[in-house]
Ligand binder design. Structure first.
Ligand code: NAD
Ligand code: TYD
Length: 342
């Protein structure tokens, strides 16, 4: 039977990569993308899918019940994969309201539509940030699916709320939900406000490279295509009501990432500038992906050394994509966020 997957937030970083992954990996799946095209959504990211007869794009807000009911009535999705979110921690610290509205209410609206229209599966794309952080001096500790939720930022708190709501819809209404909680992603089409693309774009422009605090915070980086394969596996083989942690045991300090990018681009390390730390800055994220491996047979394929090289190459060969972004609203964001410091 023909399947139709409704992918929300597909004009963003991971959703866009996921749409390309699905269109090439599954002949029997049609994709409908719903995206409201916030500052983080770029239609140019989906240019390669627009002429595909199996793909449709609808500009709409996931919080808009009438618009969502219209999309469900027209396209009758068999599964919903919810990427749409406000996703940047720094923005959530400055303006939390939109994070609660989009990330929590938006998720609720989509799940109500799933119940009303009998959608077989709702998959919530979540984050390891819902677990809070781990100490730097305990490399033996990892986030498992049983780690208590303890979010630190308005962003991660809104994602944790959405996860709990999804699990409540499972228990109360029997909705077939799954949740994946992934570590930090990197790869093509990532908006240049996040560490890796910001560092690449700034280095190429000869601008300072802002590193928060001492640069000792640790993130667990996963190449975006590996995340897309993991979500695909959860939708195919994941059990209703279950949470799956996704990560590749690739922990790195921020300062080492920034230096690595300088080296790949042949730029001097003295571009690096240590700036004021993020409020409530999580120290370390580290995922234990044992369950995903055991139950889904999923493992990451891309080593960091290869993924970061191809990511840098992608930004070098897609200058027009990110230059257009940093010439718009981003300029004002950058000025407010980093002031004259970088
Ligand atoms: P992104 O900010 O690049 O993209 C978000 C997309 O959602 C944009 O296209 C935006 O226009 C759209 N959107 C925002 N509000 C919307 C609304 N109200 N209605 C419709 N569309 C809306 O984000 P990303 O980095 O691709 O992250 C996607 C998802 O994955 C998020 O849910 C995020 O929490 C999760 N996640 C991200 C990472 C990461 O490292 N980036 C890691 C783990 C989980
Ligand atoms: P980010 O890419 O915003 O992802 P997240 O906050 O979801 O982990 O940041 C990754 C790490 O890099 C985080 O510890 C904050 C740090 N960081 C900087 O040091 N400088 C920057 O300019 C940015 C955007 C992030």
């Amino acid at each position: 039977m023909k399947k139709t997957w409704l992918v929300t937030g597909g004009a963003g970083f991971i959703g866009g990569n996921f749409i390309y992954h699905i269109l090439s990996a599954h002949d029997d799946v049609d994709v409908v993308c719903v995206d409201s095209l916030t500052y983080a959504g770029n239609l140019s990211t989906l240019a390669g899918a627009m002429n595909d007869p199996r793909f449709a794009f609808v500009r709409a807000d996931i919080r808009d019940c009438d618009a969502m009911r219209g999309v469900f009535a027209e396209h009758k999705p068999t599964a919903v994969v919810n990427f749409a979110a406000e996703s940047h921690v720094d923005r959530s610290i400055k303006d939390p309201g939109i994070f609660i509205s989009t990330n929590v209410t938006g998720t609720q609206v989509l799940m109500d539509c799933c119940l009303e229209f009998g959608t077989e599966r709702f998959h919530q794309v979540s984050t390891d940030e819902v677990y809070g952080d781990l100490p730097l001096d305990r490399p033996d500790l990892f986030f498992t699916e049983d780690t208590p939720l303890d979010p630190s930022s308005p962003y991660s708190a809104s994602k944790a709320a959405a996860d709990l709501l999804a699990l409540a819809y499972r228990r109360t209404y029997g909705l077939n939900v799954t949740i994946s909680r992934c570590s930090n992603n990197y790869g093509p089409y990532q908006f240049p406000e996040k560490l890796i693309p910001l560092t690449i774009a700034n280095a190429l422009e000869g601008r300072r490279l802002p590193v928060y605090g001492k640069g000792e915070n640790v993130r667990d980086w996963l190449y975006v295509e590996d995340h897309c394969r993991a979500i695909d596996a959860v939708i195919d083989r994941g059990k209703p009501g279950e949470v799956y942690n996704i990560g590749g045991h690739n922990e790195m300090r921020n300062i080492d990432i920034v230096k690595k990018i300088c080296n790949l681009l042949g730029k001097p390390h003295d571009l690096i500038e240590f700036v004021a730390d993020r409020k409530g800055h999580d120290l370390r994220y580290a995922i234990d992906p044992t369950k995903a491996k055991r139950e889904l047979g999923w493992e990451p394929k891309t080593k960091f050394v290869d993924g970061i090289k191809s990511t840098v190459e992608w930004y070098l060969s897609h200058e027009s994509w990110w230059r257009e972004i940093i010439s718009g609203e981003y300029k004002e964001y950058y000025r407010k966020m980093y002031g004259g410091k970088s």
